[in-house]
Structure formats: structure tokens, C-alpha cells
Design a protein around this ligand. Sequence first.
Ligand code: UDP
Ligand code: MG
Length: 330
Amino acid sequence: MPQPLASPPALSVVTPMYNEREAVDHFVARLRPVLDGLGLAYEVVAVDDGSRDATVARLLQLRADWPQLRVVSLRRNVGHQAALGAGLRSARGDYVVSIDADLQDPPETIGDMLAAAREQGVDVVYGVRTDRSTDTIFKRRTAGIYYWLMRRLVGPWVSDQAGDFRLMSRAVVDVLNGLPEQRPVYRLVVPSLGFSSAEVAYVRAERVAGETKYPLSKMIRLTLDSVTSFSATPLRIATWLGLLSFFICLALVISGLVAWGFGAVVPGWTSLYVAVLLLGGIQLICLGLLGEYIGRIYAAVQNRPQYLIGMDTADEGTGSVEPIELANHH
Ligand code: UDP
Ligand code: MG
């Protein structure tokens, strides 16, 4: 039986997995030698994000001869960022690395990250993608727009080539775990905290097996979360649009009155039609914008747990079983 870890490991590797049955064997086969070669106590926290395939069953099998592999299973699919949050709260290491399960982030880079953190004494080491040529054009374009937007909204400290492959010290992870925020977008929150950091370059590889678990709908959701969690600029845009249309309307009212004074008031169907549609459209967009923020305020007030942990192999056979934790209770 795997022994529970008496003292915290030096390193935790957190990996969210959603329907990664096809990738998980490749991932473990490549990650294990890297971690064993580091010569320190480590744990791998595989967070099953409510997979509907055999990911958990396979992880539990693999764990039989890799006791450092810990399986934390969420009750349902909550999305990459929330699953990452579950992993960060579960991780006990002095350093925590987050990495994707599809081998797009090379595990070998973990050693470089750890070395950079120790030698330079920094709290965060970002994995920076130097080459994304294996990503599809669509992925690169959409990512390009996303990071361009985020640098403008969040600030220049967001690197446009740093995703969620990074190493963080215990201090950073504790701050993240203590955030009262509902859906933190970690790749933006971490740089915004201002901890000392370094970068390690890597080449983004192709997904080893299976398909992307990030369809367009999830990308849009991530973008909306990113924008609304860092900026009220869209609301301000709504205000400016409102002001702009107000002044246009003012001019039109004056011209309408003048026309009325000259008795030339019968034609005007087109201008009315256009004005009504345009104003209606702008109003609906602004309402939608407001709704995005109000929906998030509502979720924050409800303060439901972002995820529930159904199983954590670290709880087995320890004698003192930790209670199943609620995500938002610190
Ligand atoms: N993932 C997850 N929950 C989701 C979607 C994705 O835990 O709802 C995990 C996925 O298993 C992978 C990582 O997040 O380990 C990144 O996803 P993916 O590789 O599909 O995204 P892409 O690289 O295509 O952007
Ligand atoms: Mg991927």
C-alpha cells in the first residue's frame, strides 16, 4: 500500500485531466522518469475533472506501482481553471508545478523550472512558449487576440506566451488558495500578484493523443471570465456608447425641430427605422454587458463551492481520513 506522505513533499505536480484516457499512459511514462531523476520527494496530483471515460480507472491502475501518483476526482466537470484550483488546494509541496496532461508542455522542463526557482530565488517560473507551430492556425490566432486583449486590460506583466505551465512557490499557492474569488483565471491572477519571477522557454509540442478539450465555447467562457475579472472597461464602453448616442440624438432632435419649423416633416421613414434599430441594438449589447457582470456578482454572492471532491487517494489508509472538503472554505 502506498504510504501517506509524512512531511510535505518538495514538489507537487498538478495536472487537470478531462477525458484523457488516451493521453494518460504517455503522460505518466514520460513524467515519471523526469520526477524520479530530480532526486527529491514529490507527489503528482492528477485532478480528474469529472471525466466520462476511463481516465480515473486507468489512473488508479497506474498508481498501483507509482505511489507518488495521487488521484483527486471531482464530482463533475467544472472546467480547466476550476480543476486547476482543486489541484492547487490539494497540493502539499513546497513548490507546485501545473502542467497539462496532453504532453504539450514537456515534463523535462520541470527540472529547469525548479533549478531557476532555486538558483534565482524567485517565487514563480513561467513556462514561455517559444514556438507554437504545432498549434493550429485557429488556435494561434485566437490565442494571439486573447493575450493582446489581456495585456491591455490586465497589464504588461501578462506574458503573451505564458499559459498554465508554471512553477509556483508555497507562498504563491497559499495566496491563490486564499483568494475569495469565484473563478480565478490563474494565468492572469498569478502575474498580477507581483511575486518575483523568472521564465523558462519551451517548445509547445503537439497533443500526444486524443482531442482538445477546449472547444470554442470554453475559450469564449475563459475570455469572458478573464475580461470581467480584471476590468470594468466594457462597462465604461457602454457608458461612452450611451453618451455618444445621446449627443447624436440631441443633434437629431434639433434638426427635427428645425425641419418641423419649416413644415417639411413627412418623409423620414428610413432615418427613424435606422435610429430605432441602432439604438435598440446598442441598448441590448449594453444590457448584455451588464448581465455578464451581474451574473458574476450573483455567483459570488451565492458562494457555492466551485467543485466537490468525490475521492482523493491521499485519504486512503491514513487512519485519519480528511473530511471531503468544500472548495470555498479556507
Ligand atoms: N481540461 C480539464 N477540464 C476541461 C477541459 C480541459 O481539466 O474541462 C484539461 C485537459 O485534460 C488538459 C488541460 O486541461 O490537461 C488543457 O486542455 P487541452 O489540452 O484540451 O487544451 P488546449 O491545449 O487544446 O488548449
Ligand atoms: Mg492541450
